[in-house]
Structures are given as C-alpha cells and as structure tokens.
Design a protein around this ligand. Structure first.
Ligand code: CU
Length: 267
C-alpha cells in the first residue's frame, strides 16, 4: 500500500486504518490539484482582466464554455471521491461487522465527563442494568448485581483494556448529551448519541508496549478523546486504551472479575 506518512497522521494501530489513510491521502492529492488549478485560474483572471486593459466593464462577458467544462470535471472528480472511495469504504466498515461470537464485545457509555466501560465477563452475557440502581459514585451504569449474568461483569471508568489482533465491537452509548468516541491511532471516531446504541468495530494490531518501543516514548498511551464539545468538562473527558497480548488481557480480566465478585462492603 502507498505510504501516507507525509500526511503527518498519528501512528497507525488498527487493521483497517490503512484504508482510511489512503482515502485521506487521495483526498488531499485531489484537493491539492484543485487548489493549484483554481489558484492558477484566479491569478490568470486577475492579470487577464486587469483594470488598465479593461477600463470599462464588458456587458457580454465571457463567451467560451471552457469554465463550464472545468466545473463539470471538478464535479466528476468529487463524485468519484464520494461514490468510488468514501461510500464503499464506509459500507465495508459498517456492513461487514464480524459476528458477536468472534469478537470481544464491550459497552462504552459516555457521560459528562467520563467513559464508562462494561465487559460481559467470562459468561459472555451483559448483566441487567436498571436506571433506579444508578449511582454516580458506586454504580455509574446501574448494574443489577443480583442478576446472575451480572455477577462476573467488569466495569471501569476511563480505562479500556483490549487484546491485540482480535476484532473488538464497541457498543457505544451516552447517558446525557452527544459525545464522540475517537481513538486517532485506530482511525476510529463515532458519535455517542443518547437513546441509541451504536456498534463500531476495529482490530487493534499494535500493543501499547510495542507502540512505546516504536515511538520511543515510554509513556505512550492510546487515548479516547471525546470528539464532540459536550460541556464545560469536555477537555478532561479523556479515556485510555491499553492494548495487550491475549494472555495479558485474560489475566487482567480475570483479576477484575475476582474483584467484582468480592462482597461489596457498601451493601
Ligand atoms: Cu464528551
């Protein structure tokens, strides 16, 4: 695949991201050609129709149809970008979601101003949630721990742990206003809209440890940036993604399951 490094995009860490970069790259190239074309035409018009040569306005105007043809050609290029590149890429991303049993399902719920992460745990079933059980401090998702399916559910705030090279389906929701789940390195960005559950999927293919080696930054973190201005605390609505080897991830999940099933001292 063509190398799009010259765009200065963040390092790539997902399987589909190359296609997004390629689309961004081609769009930039087409737009550069347009910029040169329109800029050249503008300069030509400034000189060709300068006042000293045309002291009085000509009411007939331009008779040639060249500019109409040029406009038509630009519209065709833009249609190709949209119909030939963007829509097929979007359709491929949205239509070919892997089946739930081949992916890791995570529910991510945005709220002012945090990301709540919910794993189904070893049973693969998300426990019941109930708005009456919701407590901003101890139970921000309102999980009913009396539901057998909820016993092994794991929740975190602002910490999304993912195994590398496995399809991840994030079910995105919001508790209050529109937020947006954006992880630049995964080339993923999707609005979280109150009242809707929107699935997005991607395959992270570089672990956090590997990315730290590649970037030479021992503190590198994948960051979930809220990409919609969602209120006063928007700027601190940051979550972190840790991509681990499958073994590390299983260990992490098991330790969280153990934590979750400990008796709750507050109950
Ligand atoms: Cu937000």
């Amino acid at each position: 695949m063509t190398n799009w490094n010259w765009l200065g995009l963040p390092p790539l860490a997902s399987a589909h991201g190359g296609q997004i970069d390629s689309l961004i790259g081609w769009t930039h190239l087409f737009m550069f050609v347009l910029f040169i074309g329109w800029g050249g035409f503008f300069t030509y018009a400034l000189i060709r129709f300068r006042r000293s040569r045309h002291p009085a306005a000509n009411y007939a105007g331009v008779k040639s149809h060249t500019s109409s043809y040029l406009e038509g050609a630009v519209a065709v290029v833009e249609a190709v970008l949209l119909l030939g590149f963007s829509i097929p890429l979007w359709a491929a991303r949205v239509d070919h979601r892997p089946p739930d049993n081949e992916a890791l399902l995570v529910e991510v719920t945005g709220e002012q101003f945090a990301w709540n992460v919910h794993y189904a745990g070893p049973d693969g079933k998300f426990g019941r949630t109930d708005i009456n059980l919701l407590d901003l401090q101890s139970n921000p998702l309102g999980i009913d721990r009396d539901d057998p399916a909820a016993k092994d559910d794991v929740t975190t705030v602002n910490q999304l742990y993912l195994p590398v090279d496995k399809p991840i389906i994030v079910r995105l929701r919001s508790k209050d206003v529109i937020h947006s789940f954006g992880v630049p390195e995964f080339r993923v960005k999707q609005d979280a809209i109150p009242g809707l559950t929107i699935p997005i999927w991607f395959v992270p293919n570089v672990t956090t440890a590997e990315m730290r080696r590649r970037t030479g930054n021992p503190e590198f973190q994948y960051e979930i940036a809220c990409a919609q201005l969602c209120g006063l605390g928007h700027a601190r609505m940051r979550g972190f993604v840790t991509v681990q080897t499958p073994e590390e991830f299983d260990k992490w999940l098991a330790s969280k399951v153990a934590e979750a099933s400990e008796p709750d001292p507050f109950r």
